[in-house]
Every structure is written in structure tokens, then in C-alpha cells.
Design a protein around this ligand. Structure first.
Ligand code: ATP
Ligand code: MG
Length: 199
């Protein structure tokens, strides 16, 4: 990433507990549909909207799984910025930090339709609206709602009915997750004994 080029970069933030093919398909489809220079998958350090609602896997493990899920996929990369920033992860703060290093970059925030419906609950939402445009992708079970007050666009992807919740549940029930997430992620889940206790 050169600091003097006006690159267009998509940010796919999430908990990635665990990462799965849905995340990779979303990232790749948006990358190519909008001809972005890159899509960054950004695991949250503390996903503050989920803390206290369920047990969250340690951030380092989620980051490792996300890196190994992406591998060397063309145009995709994983950023550890939210772990480096520490504390609760707020996209607005993350974008400030990214923009400081890459002032000419145009940022897009990529969200599934479920996350799009909650955009107004995000930290510093009025500022965030000035920092990046929104890209919404369809997701099974979530009705698409146009994000009001945002500059946004919809990218239609083949519906992928895979979720972190579903994977955690399957692991806890001893059911297969093969082909729902890349093999290196499955290996980490097994060797770390993740999700055995339930979703
Ligand atoms: P969980 O069930 O734990 O919430 P998740 O599958 O929703 O896990 P997240 O890390 O919460 O994964 O999602 C990060 C982002 O990716 C969100 O914007 C979410 O809407 C989007 N996303 C995840 N899976 C899909 C999918 N299958 N189709 C479309 N968007 C998705
Ligand atoms: Mg989610």
C-alpha cells in the first residue's frame, strides 16, 4: 500500500469466531464487483457488542485463524490493527488509524445485511459516515434495509448460509464443518479445542 496512491480499499470487520467461507466469498465478491485494490479482513480485538452475550475466543486465536483462512488469496489481506490498538474495537477509531498511515486511500466498509441493519448503533456513527462509504451484501435470514444517511451500495453475492454461530454450534454437536471453512481453520479449532462447550 503506497501512501501516495488513491487506492480504494474495502474493510470487512468482524469477530471471525471462527472465520468461514462466507467471509471469504463476501470479501472476494466485493473486491471484484467494485474493482477495489484490496479487501482487508479486520478481526475485532474486543467485539464490544458481543462481550457479555457469549464467550469470545481470544483475539490472537481469531487473528491466527483469519490469517490462515485467507492464506495468500489474491487481493485479500488480514489486518491486526484492532489488536494493536487494543481495548474495545470501534470501526471509526480503526479508520482514523488506517487513514493516518494511508491518507489518500478511499475506504469502504463492507457489511452483511444483518450487520447493516445495526449500523446506527455503531460507535461515533456520525463521524463514521464521513470516513467511509458502506457496501452491503445480501445474507440469508437478513432483510436488506438501505442504510439511511450513508453513502452506500449493494453488492449481490451468491447467498451463503454459513455463520460463525452455525459453525460453533456444529462443533459443539460433533457435526462436520468440513468445506464450510478452510482446513487450516478446522485444524486450529480441533487443536485448541474451541467451541466444544456450545455456540
Ligand atoms: P456470528 O454468527 O458469530 O455473528 P458471523 O458469521 O456473523 O458470526 P461475523 O464475524 O459476525 O461472522 O461477521 C463479520 C461480517 O461478515 C458481518 O458484516 C457479517 O454480516 C458478514 N458476514 C458473515 N458471514 C456472512 C455470510 N454468510 N453472508 C454475508 N455476510 C456475511
Ligand atoms: Mg455476526
Amino acid at each position: 500500500m503506497g501512501t501516495n496512491t488513491g487506492e480504494r480499499i474495502g474493510i470487512l470487520g468482524g469477530t471471525f469466531d471462527p472465520p468461514h467461507l462466507g467471509h471469504l466469498i463476501v470479501a472476494d465478491q466485493v473486491l471484484r464487483a467494485l474493482d477495489l485494490d484490496r479487501v482487508l479482513l479486520v478481526p475485532a480485538n474486543e467485539p464490544w457488542q458481543k462481550v457479555g452475550i457469549r464467550a469470545i475466543t481470544a483475539a490472537e486465536k481469531r487473528l491466527t485463524m483469519t490469517r490462515d483462512a485467507v492464506g495468500d488469496a489474491d487481493g485479500l489481506a488480514v489486518s491486526d490493527i484492532e489488536l494493536r490498538l487494543g481495548g474495545p474495537s470501534y470501526t471509526s477509531v480503526t479508520l482514523d488509524a488506517l487513514a493516518e498511515k494511508h491518507p489518500k486511500t478511499e475506504w469502504r466498509i463492507i457489511v452483511g445485511a444483518d450487520a447493516a441493519a445495526g449500523l446506527d448503533t455503531w460507535h461515533n456513527v456520525e463521524k463514521l459516515k464521513t470516513q467511509a462509504d458502506i457496501v452491503v451484501v445480501n445474507r440469508p435470514g437478513a432483510d436488506f434495509q438501505p442504510p439511511t444517511g450513508w453513502s452506500w451500495e449493494l453488492v449481490e453475492i451468491p447467498a451463503v448460509n454459513i455463520s460463525g454461530t452455525g459453525l460453533r454450534r456444529r462443533v459443539s454437536q460433533n457435526r462436520s464443518i468440513r468445506f464450510l471453512t478452510p482446513n487450516p481453520v478446522i485444524e486450529h479449532i480441533e487443536s485448541w479445542g474451541l467451541y466444544r462447550g456450545g455456540p
